[in-house]
Design a binder for this molecule. Structure first.
Ligand code: TNX
Length: 541
């Protein structure tokens, strides 16, 4: 019973599938080195065993076993010793995998008698697991035998950070949908999940009220009040489409489950609390934040500003003169840091258009110091590169605007950069002229797959060497997007382009070749029921 790799479909659908496609080497992202060895293929069978060596091999072996069991119905057991025919070896430990690429590199050798995965780390072995999934055919009809071509692969990423962002603030995604989002992206070796948890329209992460609470803030209000709001109107105040607000929030247990599930898939969660602008949801929930310098100002007799369900940006701000601002931000960042095992905390810092520069700087300097004090690496959108970033421990996420200012932060503050240029990595931008919705500002029209593929992160910022580029991220802003089905439609296949931009050496990248490999992935996405956009210039098969 065959059901695609890691997903189930009904028997009815299996009967209706056409001829089994040949196994394909259409790997995405393209590996650093691949040799087709020409021998007999490896055939998966009912008693296939995964044999581990080294403690780090357990998690990737278990992950592979789960994926293969779901796809095949075979038992696929994981064991420390191999008896029985044709095992899959997963071996993890120092000295394994390609030298100099310990973090995420791997080797994968397939012969008729065995599959051998070797890596220095569990994440390296997980990358090999994703490659192995793609070497299997998209599906096999009932009674068919799944096989893997004989190959030798040595592979490692160009950049450490290959991210996707999900804007859960404008429109909420339940935990199950976030998991689906992870499943799809992980196949392409995306290894960071950036959650935009707060914005003007909603606050999506539960916070506790601490004992030490001088401003007397009820932190539960954040989600009781602003977990129930969402974006429902466009920037002009017109009601949006047929599917309106998706509201909700993550409990701390929900968030922890997302972190765990992401980790199982080789992904680190990057949580963002957007400060000091994009804070209407916090202002709406917490009366103590609505002091004289906060924006928008409450009307006379009002203690909180009304929730703003529109997609307007840049109108809200915390008050730089109020002690409650700093107490609140420190409390929220501290609780989030405790929940987050990964190294990053993102403080936003974007589009504080209604805040004066001195006020902006004063607040952002305090927030970046908070994060440094919590032992985390601070991230922020490129606007915050104008502030005194913690030395050698800050990441600037570039989206738009002043490139020279970012280059200065790299030279003077030792910052690294994550690149999400709107014209090359913003998926809410239109991907086809026939799309009725979506942004057009970043590309002066359509930001198609070619734009998302055709750029070089190593040469993007003048004066910034490749060694200062931490990586790339595809950003899904939520103004137009409601629910996981629509999110997939905007993300795919463009996220796969970003995955290859972040992984494959620049001199091995070619758009024609990418589209050929992508055309085969269409079948895989279809079997997995990923609602991808059938980009016009890809010869989907
Ligand atoms: C700008 S990009 C924003 C977001 C919007 C996005 C798309 C960035 C750091 N801020 O608030 O969602 O444009 O309209």
């Amino acid at each position: 019973r065959w059901a695609g790799y890691g997903y189930s479909i009904s028997e009815f659908e299996i009967w209706n599938l056409p001829q089994a496609p040949k196994p394909t080497l259409g790997l995405l992202p393209k590996p650093v080195s691949l040799t087709e060895d020409g021998g007999q293929p490896f055939v998966l069978h009912g008693n296939t065993r995964i044999v581990t060596s080294g403690a780090g091999a357990q998690a990737p072996a278990d992950h592979l076993a789960r994926l293969l069991r779901t796809a095949t119905g075979y038992r696929v057991r994981v064991a420390a010793h191999g008896d029985g025919p044709s095992p899959i070896f997963v071996s993890v430990g120092p000295g394994k995998g390609p030298a100099g690429h310990e973090e995420e590199g791997y080797t994968l050798k397939v012969t008729s008698g065995s599959v051998t995965i070797e890596a220095a780390t569990a994440n390296g072995a997980l990358n090999a697991v994703q490659t192995l999934r793609q070497l299997l055919p998209q599906w096999v009809p009932a009674g068919g035998t799944p096989s893997v071509p004989a190959v030798t692969i040595t592979d490692y990423p160009r950049f450490a950070y290959r991210g996707v962002m999900l804007d859960v603030a404008r429109s909420f995604y339940p935990v199950a949908d976030v998991k689906r989002y992870i499943d799809t992206a992980a196949q392409y070796k995306i290894n960071r999940l950036h959650l935009h948890l707060t914005d003007d329209q909603g606050w999506r992460i539960a916070m506790d009220t601490p004992a030490d609470n001088p401003a007397g803030i009820d932190y539960g209000l954040l989600t009781r009040v602003s977990g129930a709001t969402a974006m429902t109107r466009d920037a002009n105040g017109n009601l949006m489409g047929t599917e309106l607000g998706h509201t909700g929030f993550y409990t701390k247990a929900d968030y922890t489950e997302i972190v765990r599930y992401a980790g199982e898939n080789g992904m680190v969660v990057v949580p963002e609390i957007d400060l000091p602008g994009h804070t209407n949801a916090a202002l709406h929930a917490i009366p103590q934040l609505n002091t004289a310098g906060a924006l928008p100002r409450p009307a006379a007799g009002q203690t909180t500003v009304p929730a703003n369900g529109t997609g307007a940006v840049g109108y809200s701000s915390l008050d730089s003169a109020s002690p409650a601002t700093y107490e609140f931000a420190e409390q929220v960042l501290t609780q989030l840091a405790r929940l987050t095992p990964g190294p990053y905390l993102h403080i936003g810092g974007d589009e504080a258009h209604s805040t004066g520069h001195a006020d902006y700087t004063k607040m952002v300097d305090a927030f970046t110091q908070d994060v440094a004090g919590l032992g985390k690496t601070v991230m922020g959108w490129n606007e915050y590169s104008s502030t005194a970033l913690p030395k050698d421990k800050a990441i600037v996420q570039y989206w738009n605007g002043d490139k020279a200012q970012v280059s200065r932060a790299v030279a003077e503050r030792g910052a690294e950069v994550v690149l999400s240029p709107a014209s090359n990595a913003y998926v809410p931008q239109r991907q086809d002229p026939r799309q009725p919705q979506g942004g057009t500002w970043a590309c002066g029209g359509v930001c198609g797959l070619d734009r998302h593929y055709g750029w070089d992160p190593g040469a993007f910022l003048p004066g910034v060497a490749e060694s200062s580029v931490h990586g790339v991220e595809s950003a899904l802003w939520g103004e137009w997007i409601r629910g996981i089905r629509q999110a997939e439609y905007w993300n795919y296949p463009r996220v796969i382009a970003t995955a290859e931009v972040g992984w494959t050496p620049q001199d091995q990248r070619d758009y024609q070749d990418f589209k050929e490999r992508l055309s085969v992935a269409g079948g895989r996405l279809t079997v997995a029921k990923v609602n991808f956009f059938p980009t016009a210039d890809v010869p989907w098969r």
